[in-house]
Design a protein around this ligand. Structure first.
Ligand code: ADP
Ligand code: MG
Length: 686
């Protein structure tokens, strides 16, 4: 499907911008800046406000100023000390311009003795001496500097500077076209919002909350609209009504009775599957709440009704684990279950493909390989997606286009997300919630431990391993600090291995899949005792004998993530412990967030309170948190503006569900702009 021409300038690759070569490509990519559009939406974290002063007497220590100074003397570095240029203002006050880690040659060139320069920077005091450390700007002419009294500070990654990124954003903004309005005019007036292009320009120039709100609103509106389009297209499609007779389900052997919540979820799912319209249901249940058996029952209904079912897992490890669990539970049913991942080759793969094609395989478990073009199904009528936030709604739709008829779709997520975000993430899906844990679970003893006590923690691990139990050691890993974090995780692994020997294994996202699986398998089978890992173990891994988890720099994790990680322990009979190692300098919010982890194990409560804690104060980049599908809208904006955007989208859909009127056409542009164009594509095909 074609993107509207007028958006083309925005979707040109980043290297069309002047100054972007192979060297910058990597750091830009790390920030998600690959097309002009991304630069346009790379909004400043904050702004530096500067005051122009004629002499230093007018300025306070700690203030950001612009001032004209004349260099009078160079002070060479002593030892590892800084290089200083002493400079005088118009009134004869002396100020040092201080450069660390430089040999002075560069400073001398910029600041020749006796020649007046315009300096922008933060005024500090060093003993008796006024100083500006690493001035932001040193210019011969004041005009340009004075024009930047309010300067944006952009999110950066290694290898980029503010100047560089600001210049690229500036270039990108020049290509921004005027676009027709997609927001309800009445709303625009009421909130005093600017037109899209003007809001965008303003948001890069200064601290303009209304402009930022409008841009965030756009993103939220695009998302709501797209999800509504999915839902309405789904309703219009025909699925296969599936009614099982129970002959397979009664042969499932479980060592436990289903909880009330599981029973309810299964009933709801069975009810959906009997309908002609394809099911679009979300199964929400905390880690350990028992989603797998619900999935099995749903899949067996499909097989009882003469159709096939597929379970899609985000990783090979999880696919294998699901495969083993399901095979065990369904052993008595005689249903053929197959595992298909990208790694299967040759004869084995051929025979699975045959089985799917001729229908002898009733249930297939795998990674996205199960939806490749070469895979054809005799009658695929149910797709279960585990942890679907990893795939995104777009991919989910692709999957469902597989058969002649649209399969029923059951998504399972363990990410406890607050109600507002559920709406943003899953839109108008029907929801079944496993709000009850299987009986007999022991609470996980959670403690927050200062990092200074790491030796005690290592000692505790030693005793734990000696007792025959296993443990996890989790290190943080975020995209912005990838190389540093990776190095830290490797160093930790080396240190623990030096102490505990070959029984320590390391798993992280940059390992080859084979190496990762091999390490994981050693841990799962109990040969390895201590698993050092970045967040790849976050989802689904089940090793009941692992009853201790240490999480390093716990304050850097999102609470939902900590909660999911912690759910890896407490899976067996034994008592489990989770140690949250924290740095010494914690903000008040960080302290409260960790305290919350200690206090409760209710994922939904954690999610709600985390949103509260973060939404209010810290304008946390949603990109790092990874728990929302938004890049522009902050958590606070989501909470405040999403209900509005949702209603606005609803209204538009009710009036013009095909998006054919003038506002509908503008809304299509919006969908492309935020890459929710799968919504539009459905519209065309549906
Ligand atoms: P989830 O996928 O929701 O995190 P699982 O399906 O892996 O949870 O189940 C977690 C554990 O609980 C498994 O060992 C499973 O066998 C067990 N379990 C599931 N349902 C029940 C139940 N009703 N009673 C007791 N144990 C259960
Ligand atoms: Mg699971």
């Amino acid at each position: 499907m074609m993107r509207p021409d007028r958006l083309n300038p925005l979707f040109v690759a980043a290297d069309s911008l002047k100054g972007v070569g192979p060297q910058l490509a990597r750091p830009l990519e790390r920030l998600g800046l690959t097309r002009v559009r991304d630069f346009v939406y790379h909004l400043p974290d904050r702004f530096v406000e500067r005051r122009a002063v004629t002499d230093l007497d007018q300025a306070g220590v700690g203030e950001n100023i612009v001032v004209a100074l004349t260099p009078v003397e160079y002070r060479s570095a002593v030892g590892r000390g800084p290089f200083r240029v002493l400079a005088s203002d118009a009134a004869g006050n002396i100020c040092a311009l201080t450069y660390f880690g430089r040999n002075g040659g560069w400073a001398k060139k910029q600041l020749p003795l006796g020649e007046r320069r315009w300096i922008a920077g933060r005024l500090d005091q060093f003993g008796q001496l006024l100083q500006i450390v690493h001035p932001d700007h040193v210019l011969e002419e004041g005009g340009a500097t004075l024009g930047q009294l309010c300067e944006p500070v952009y999110p950066l990654s290694e290898g980029l500077t503010q100047g560089r990124i600001a210049a690229l954003v500036g270039q990108a903004l020049e290509t921004v076209p005027e676009l027709p309005e997609w927001i309800e005019p009445g709303l625009l007036d009421k909130l005093h919002w600017l037109a899209w292009r003007d809001a965008l320009m303003l948001a890069h120039k200064g601290d303009h909350p209304a402009a930022r709100d409008r841009l965030a609103y756009d993103e939220l509106l695009a998302n709501s609209l797209a999800l509504m389009l999915v839902r309405s297209a789904n309703r219009a499609q025909s699925g296969t009504p599936l009614k099982g007779d129970g002959h397979l389900r009664e042969r499932v052997q479980l060592p436990f009775a289903l909880t009330e919540a599981q029973r309810r979820a299964i009933d709801e799912i069975a009810g959906d599957m009997e309908q002609g319209a394809p099911m679009l249901r979300l199964l929400q249940g905390d880690v350990g709440s028992g989603k797998t058996v619900v999935a099995l029952e749903a899949m067996l209904i499909a097989v009882e009704a003469g159709a096939q079912a597929a379970l899609l897992a985000p990783t090979e490890i999880l696919a294998r684990q699901h495969y083993e669990t399901l095979s065990r539970m369904a052993a008595g049913t005689g249903v053929e279950i197959a595992l298909l991942t990208g790694r299967d080759k040759g004869k084995a793969r051929e025979s699975i493909l045959m089985g799917l094609h001729d229908g002898s395989i009733g249930i297939v478990v795998g990674t996205h390989a199960i939806f490749q073009d070469a895979v054809t199904y005799r009658n695929l009528a149910l797709v279960v997606i585990d942890e679907q936030h990893r795939f995104g709604v777009g991919q989910r739709l692709m999957l469902t286009q597989k058969g002649r008829r649209t399969p029923h779709c059951l998504s399972m997520t363990a990410t406890p997300i607050p109600r507002t975000l559920t709406l943003a993430q899953y839109g108008e899906m029907d929801v079944s919630k496993l709000d009850e844990m299987p009986p007999g679970r022991q609470p996980i003893d959670t403690r927050v431990v200062a990092v200074e006590r790491i030796d005690d923690v290592v000692g505790a691990i030693g005793r734990h391993l000696e007792s025959g139990q296993q443990a996890y050691w989790v290190c943080p890993m975020v995209r912005e600090l990838e190389s540093e974090d990776l190095a830290a995780a490797e160093a930790r692994h080396a240190a623990l291995k030096a102490r505990f020997g070959e029984t320590v294994v390391l798993v992280h996202g940059q390992l080859r899949p084979e190496a990762k699986d091999a390490a994981m398998e050693r841990f799962v089978c109990g040969e390895a005792k201590l698993l050092v890992a970045t967040t790849v173990i976050e989802v689904g891994v089940d090793v009941p004998n692992a009853t201790l988890m240490v999480i390093e720099q716990a304050e850097r994790f999102g609470l939902a993530q900590l909660h999911q990680l912690r759910g890896r322990v407490g899976r067996g009979e034994g008592k489990s412990t989770c140690l949250l190692l924290r740095s010494d300098a914690l903000s008040e919010t960080a302290r409260r967030r960790l305290a919350l982890m200690r206090e409760t194990q209710d994922g939904f409560r954690i999610a709600e309170e985390d949103l509260e804690l973060r939404g209010g104060g810290e304008l946390l980049g949603t990109r790092q948190s990874g728990d929302t599908p938004f890049r522009v809208a902050s958590l606070e904006q989501i909470q405040r503006l999403l209900p509005l955007a949702h209603d606005d989208a609803r209204l538009l859909m009710d009036r013009d569900g095909g998006l054919t009127g003038p506002r509908g056409a503008a809304a299509r542009l919006l969908l492309y702009l935020f890459e929710r164009d799968w919504g539009v594509q459905l519209l065309r095909s549906g």
